[in-house]
Design a protein around this ligand. Structure first.
Ligand SMILES: [Zn+2]
Length: 424
């Protein structure tokens, strides 16, 4: 190491083969998932015969700061202008948000004089709970169609990409945040340094920021390669996140492990000079845990790619056995991660008759690349398939409960990750 990485001291532009944070040359492959279409580009019927762009899904790990990352193959304007993912369609996710609101209001004594700002606030799925408590909120959301849904719910929303420009405008208007929230957005930021610098600008001197992101340690341990897609530019360990915030004079003073998205971290940050919130023992434990897992050594990242190939072979063997036995398989869900899995494994209509999704935006469309039709969930009761492949495997318990009726005709579930498993 030649001194701590600090993106503020270097140019903000990023070459194709340099680390998004510390600008070191990227020389180590984490995993190469081949070519894939954008995983949220669900196709309308009239688009099925058109050419479809595919981009590489080649992930690198930086040997200096250990940020796992994907090159920015596609501009975020293109990805997020009409984003199909409306957060409000999962019951367990909404419960997670309601409980987060309760905890934050109590722990940080939030009241009607405070401002809670959320970056990538989607359809107001989270801020609605603060609104219920009469705490002022501001959402910042780049996708206009999604922001409109939020505004209709009474969640004031700025339709903008978050960065230093927006943060400066808000700071000038004295709209600084007591609580600044970013859930599952950090991974989607191409200019990481600008984003974290903007968080620093927008936070009140004694304010708290919380971020949730999938934990790289869990991705590696759980073989969750399908959570890699073009919309996710970076994959964070606590170790890498700490380096990035530290470079912007922000300290991560607490961390929680969450079950969401296959295992996430919720980190709590503050200005480095705000001593009113001491570093908790949980931070010390998390550093030790990642260190013990080898996340600070480049060699530890090299075995992941081989395990991903094994997972693909296992899933295919499971599906081939079912088809050879004359069984009907359909999918449940059409999440972004499902599309990485289906494209990488080469699973199309030859295996899955269709998939279903509760999100009306996706119904009547087709999965990108694999062109599997997406129907409302009621279709399953009508066609009585033998197997249901659960694509959002992180919600498998909730889905197996909702879909328990498939057992009436002997139907079974297939969970693809961490390895293909049949659950009757
Ligand atoms: Zn780096």
């Amino acid at each position: 190491m030649d001194g701590p990485p600090n993106c503020m001291k270097t140019a903000s532009t990023n070459g194709p083969d340099t680390c998004r944070f510390c600008k070191s040359t990227l020389r180590h492959t984490f995993v190469d998932l081949g070519m894939s279409p954008l995983c949220e580009s669900y196709l309308r019927p009239e688009q099925l015969n058109e050419m479809e762009p595919f981009y590489p899904l080649h992930v690198f790990v930086c040997e200096r700061c250990f940020l796992v990352q994907l090159e920015e193959y596609v501009s975020p304007d293109h990805i997020f202008s009409e984003y199909a993912y409306f957060s409000s369609y999962s019951d367990s996710w909404l419960e997670h948000c309601r409980s987060y609101t309760e905890q934050m209001v109590e722990r940080f004594a939030l009241n009607s004089q405070c401002l809670v700002t959320e970056i990538a606030s989607n359809d107001g799925y989270l801020l609605q709970y603060f609104v219920e408590k009469r705490i002022p909120v501001l959402g910042i959301e780049p996708a206009a169609n999604v922001a409109k849904v939020a505004a209709d719910k009474g969640v004031p929303t700025l339709v903008k990409f978050f960065g230093t420009q927006v943060a400066m405008e808000l700071a000038r208007e004295r709209r600084l945040a007591d609580l600044l929230v970013g859930n599952n957005v950090l991974a989607q930021v191409p200019d990481l340094c600008d984003f974290v610098a903007a968080m620093k600008m927008l936070l009140k001197p004694r304010g708290v920021l919380t971020l949730e992101f999938p934990h790289l340690l869990r991705l590696m341990e759980g073989n969750q390669f399908d959570t890699i897609y073009h919309e996710h530019f970076s994959y964070f360990s606590f170790l890498a996140a700490e380096k990035i915030f530290d470079a912007h004079d922000l300290a991560l003073f607490d961390v929680e492990e969450l079950p969401t998205h296959g295992g996430s971290l919720r980190v709590f940050g503050r200005h480095a000079d705000d001593m009113s919130k001491p570093i908790t023992p949980r931070v010390v434990e998390m550093r030790a845990k990642e260190d013990a897992a080898g996340l600070a050594r480049i060699e530890s990242y090299h075995s992941f790619a081989e395990r991903v190939k094994e997972t693909k072979r296992e899933l295919l063997q499971c599906l081939i056995r079912a088809k050879d036995g004359g069984k009907a398989i359909v999918g449940y869900g059409a999440p972004g991660k499902g599309n990485t899995l289906l494209n990488y494994c080469g699973v199309g209509k030859d295996f899955l008759d269709y998939t279903v999704d509760r999100n009306p935006y996706k119904q009547g469309r087709f999965t990108p690349g694999t062109h599997i039709p997406i129907y409302p969930p009621e279709r399953i009761r009508e066609t009585r398939p033998d197997y249901l492949l659960i694509l959002p495997w992180n919600l498998r318990n909730e889905i197996m409960q909702q879909m328990a009726f498939i057992r009436e005709w002997g139907g079974q579930f297939i969970v693809p990750i961490p390895e293909a498993t049949i659950c009757s």
